[in-house]
Design a protein. Sequence first.
Length: 332
Amino acid sequence: MTCFTPVPGEASNMVQAEDFVMSASIRVPLVIMAVYFLSLWSGVAAVQAQTSPDVSLTCDQPAPIEVYPGALRSTIIYCTLTNPTTFSEKVDLTYQQGIISVAGPGSATVPPGDTSFQVAARADLRQPEGQQVVTITATVTQWNGAPVTAATSPTEAKVMTVFKQFSRLRVGAELAFIQLRPKVDYTLVFDVYNDGNARDKFNVEIQNYDEMVDEGFQLSLPLISQEIDSLAPPEKFRVQMRTPKNQGWTDKYFSLQFKATSEYSVRSEGVPNYQIQVMTIYIRGVYLPGFELVGTAMMAALAGAAIGRKTNGNKVSVDDDGNVVPLDNRLF
């Protein structure tokens, strides 16, 4: 048997070592138990988060709506309902649309996870340019097949529907046909209408300006552009004109082409939107003063002389039966 003889000063060290081993052996189980209880508590919290109905709603911004005549005038709003619980939910859907018409499901059954649905929005024909907020509200009414008795907070999503501008115009004239003499001044008046759905600027010109100048006309446009409100009264554009001074002996017809173009169409639509109004101008030839009266008198004198000569040159003729033979009715 081996005997250990304690050395003075070593007893205290042995006691401290034993205390450290005992404290370590107690601390480890305590830490394990603490971690276990914390995990149980977090699990209970997670279970409690799924024991009440809930839903979230998100919607994408729709494409702008075309409202010109002939367009579909509609767009689609894509939405997603998210159910964070472990049970199926029934969700009621309501809509606030203002001046736009919407059509969508009144309710949806949402299993755990995501469910998508669509809402159609339609604008009026020629709807003025602008925007309208559409609000979609979702409320949980059933959860796991049972009605929801407790009050639940509805969730909503807002989207902006945009009505695009379009250009449209009309051009008219007070007179479509005029008759003038050579070398006279005259003012032509044209009306330009803005039939688009927003304020627009219109540029005007004489389409065949060079051709008219070559024919001897002098043309001037005091106003070459003007902004006009949508569906407002027409804007009057004037063309100052002087007819050719040397027309000649014959009458002649000319066609003046007045053109108006929407500036918005050039800037935003990619294709110029324009209208051309054609005005016919009749210029009489040059006649000598009193030429018509002189010609008429000469023709009358010639006819009278011919009739007199015919009458004087023919004697009264009697046939064999004693009847008067009628005169020849030829003029010459």
